[in-house]
Design a protein around this ligand. Structure first.
Ligand code: HEM
Ligand SMILES: *[C@@H]1O[C@H](CO)[C@@H](O)[C@H](O)[C@H]1NC(C)=O
Ligand SMILES: *[C@@H]1O[C@H](CO)[C@@H](O)[C@H](O)[C@H]1NC(C)=O
Length: 319
């Protein structure tokens, strides 16, 4: 009978429909804010451009903030949650403490977005877009970001303590990134982020006094501002040649043993990644393309979507 045949097919269609709806709402998408907050991207871009204009290093700091967010349980703005009397978050983890910067820029962007479109744009998306716009502001490549990340209600100090440190060997660097699904080539491309920004003396002191695979005059020049004892937070550029341009000079520096961190020089120290460094050094456009692709991949690490997580009103605390 026709009537009984329509019952299962209607049920089936409803099921299929809700399944499709569930699938689409649970994924990131390119035009996520085009109806709900059409100015979101231009607000972020303008704020980042202004911040980088007043301090070039801020572009580096915003890029690193996204990395340290995504590598700890996904790109969910967990890094932005401030510690409180009864909550210990990621900011006090070893790799972040006295090190991450740019939270005020994110706060300023969030305040502007909440004025335009209340409760719509996540802190996690702001950080992802700000990282991209920072690289562009410093002359690097752009990339197409998917949007719709939501914000965590939790953070993990212990996972943040496992962020890669400057003392890692090549095999440790490869395995740290492999654990997050990245190839050695992608790890080298992402390390090209160190073509901008700065590092503290305490993190490169042993390299400039004790290591052999460093250009001697480069080491000596750094020792003036990074003594054997004291001056722990004195800064040096990660890319000694063009510290505020997002270019491929980082790889050329590695070829002449002018990597600032032990972990940097590990990428060009007679091992399996030397050939990748050579490629990026001689082909800036190959580096730009690989970097952009690897950034898209990093930005898509375990996002909260759909009804998971929340859209924080204030990036520093849960609603
Ligand atoms: C490969 C493993 C990595 C290690 C061991 C590492 C380590 C470091 C260290 C020790 C610093 C200096 C921190 C300080 O002085 O307080 C630093 C700075 C920086 N890192 Fe990395 N990093 C790695 C990968 C990355 C990746 C994948 C990105 C981005 C996608 C990145 C972006 C940056 C930037 C832009 C800075 C400069 C930040 C600023 O000036 O505020 N790093 N990194
Ligand atoms: C943490 O303390 C605040 C007051 O400072 C309180 O409102 C909040 O409920 C506490 N959270 C937890 C998880 O105990
Ligand atoms: C070290 O760097 C200096 C300055 O850039 C350069 O003149 C010198 O040739 C380099 N030394 C070696 C051994 O490559």
């Amino acid at each position: 009978m026709a009537a009984s045949a329509t019952v299962p097919s209607t049920t089936f269609l409803l099921l299929l429909f809700s399944l499709l709806l569930g699938l689409t709402s649970a994924q990131l998408s390119a035009n996520f804010y085009s109806k709900t907050c059409p100015n979101a991207l231009s607000i972020i871009q303008t704020a980042v451009a202004n911040a980088v204009k007043s301090e070039a290093r801020m572009g580096a700091s915003l890029l690193r903030l996204h990395f340290h967010d995504c590598f700890v349980n996904g790109c969910d703005a967990s890094i932005l949650l401030d510690d409180t009397a009864n909550f210990t978050g990621e900011q006090s983890a070893g790799p972040n403490v006295n090190s991450i910067r740019g939270l005020n820029v994110i706060d300023n962007i969030k305040t502007q977005l909440e004025k335009s479109c209340v409760g719509v744009v996540s802190c996690a998306d702001i950080v992802a877009v700000a990282a991209r716009d920072s690289v562009v502001a410093l002359g690097g490549p752009s990339w197409n970001l998917l949007l719709g990340r939501r914000d965590s209600t939790t953070a993990s100090q212990s996972a943040a303590n496992s962020l890669p440190g400057p003392g890692l060997s090549l095999s440790q660097l490869i395995s740290t990134f492999s654990n997050k699904g990245f190839s050695a080539r992608e790890m080298v491309a992402l390390s090209g982020s160190h073509t901008i920004g700065q590092a503290r003396c305490s993190l490169f002191r042993s390299r400039i006094y004790n290591e052999k695979n460093i250009n001697a005059s480069f080491a000596t020049s750094l020792q003036a501002n990074c003594p054997q004892s004291g001056g722990d937070s004195n800064l040096a550029a990660l890319d000694t040649t063009t510290p505020t341009s997002f270019d491929n000079a980082y790889f050329k520096n590695l070829q002449s043993q002018k990597g600032l961190l032990h972990s940097d020089q590990q990428l060009f120290n007679g091992g399996s990644t030397d050939s990748i460094v050579n490629t990026y050094s001689s082909n800036p456009s190959t580096f730009a393309t690989d970097f952009a692709n690897a950034m898209v991949k990093m930005s898509n690490l375990s996002p909260l979507t759909g009804t998971n997580g929340q859209i924080r009103k204030n990036c520093r605390k849960t609603n």
